[in-house]
Design a protein around this ligand. Structure first.
Ligand SMILES: Nc1ncnc2c1ncn2[C@@H]1O[C@H](COP(=O)(O)OP(=O)(O)OP(=O)(O)O)[C@@H](O)[C@H]1O
Length: 279
């Protein structure tokens, strides 16, 4: 693993609600999980700090409501952070807090440096566009205007994710859940982003389809060496994919380290419970 992270996140905070005099200073006794009982403010992500290194898969595991999706949405600029910073190694030499960039710059980062695969394909795909059109759309957003190049790239990517050539003009709405996720993955890869964000991408799929999508993710990571953040509530998914893992609970990171280490020697009671439930 190289020393310089491709992504460094420092004290990412996202709260829903204005906070009150009691919760703003973080007094634990008035919280129920991540929610202030006095004013109802939810602290979805509370001071998250971590690094992603080139070519690694970082797993993020935690129960429903622990803040995983909110974190991913903040990293992809779907949500504004309340405070905190993120530095991307390939953007301005990693010296600029990307959360503070203009919306135009954020769009540029989304289109050229980040790829996102959502649990719900409706969020990542235009269901009424052809699959090839979905990929072209993303390439156009990054400034490409070369029709033949876009067509060739789309074909290459869709073949790579095992969409038969005969079906690349079909709209994703005509595809099964597993196929839709494959098209989403192809679309996310279209501009060769160095960082791919995958949020619960196999949740809701049949076990065998789930296995093939996980396999595809692993193959893509090995072939292209992309750094990935993979979010799942399912430790089995994380075990299969991730080199290192972050465990989240109630908006906080409660444990992080090598996945093998976490599986063999979980420190936090919640992580222990997660690990033992796998056995
Ligand atoms: N728009 C919103 N307004 C208020 N609270 C929200 C909003 N979005 C998320 N939350 C709250 O933020 C917390 C974190 O939610 P989040 O969806 O990030 O969790 P998660 O770990 O991804 O869970 P799941 O896997 O069920 O999506 C939850 O308490 C949720 O209710």
């Amino acid at each position: 693993m190289q020393d310089e992270p491709i992504l460094k996140v420092v004290n990412l905070k996202k709260q829903y609600g204005p906070g009150c005099q009691w919760c703003s200073n973080g007094h634990e006794s008035i919280f129920e999980k991540n929610r202030c009982l006095r004013c109802g403010t939810v602290y979805a992500c509370n001071d998250l700090s971590f690094e992603l290194y080139p070519g690694e898969i970082l797993g993020v595991v935690g129960e429903s409501g622990s803040g995983k999706s909110t974190m991913m949405k903040c990293l992809y600029f779907d949500e504004e952070v309340t405070s905190g910073a993120a530095y991307i190694g390939t953007y301005d030499d990693g010296e600029t807090n990307v959360f503070q960039q203009s919306s135009q710059q954020k769009r540029h980062i989304r289109n050229t440096i980040l790829g996102m695969v959502y649990q719900n394909p409706v969020l990542g795909l235009k269901m009424d566009f052809s699959s090839i059109g979905n990929i072209a759309e993303k390439m156009i957003a990054a400034g490409d205007r070369h029709v033949e190049r876009m067509e060739n790239r789309s074909k290459e990517l869709l073949t790579h994710v095992h969409i038969p050539l005969a079906r690349i003009k079909d709209e994703p709405k005509k595809f099964s859940g597993g196929m839709q996720q494959r098209v989403q993955i192809a679309k996310a890869l279209s501009n060769q982003p160095p960082i791919l964000l995958l949020d619960e991408v196999t949740t809701g799929l049949d076990l065998s389809v789930q296995a093939s999508v996980l396999d595809l993710i692993k193959t893509i990571q090995q072939k292209f060496g992309i750094s990935m953040i993979v979010v799942s509530h399912d430790l089995a998914v994380i075990r299969m994919l991730a080199d290192r893992t972050i465990v989240m609970l109630d908006g906080k990171i409660i444990e992080q380290g090598l996945t093998d280490q976490i599986l063999e020697n979980p420190q936090h009671a919640y992580t222990q419970q997660l690990v033992y439930s796998l056995i």
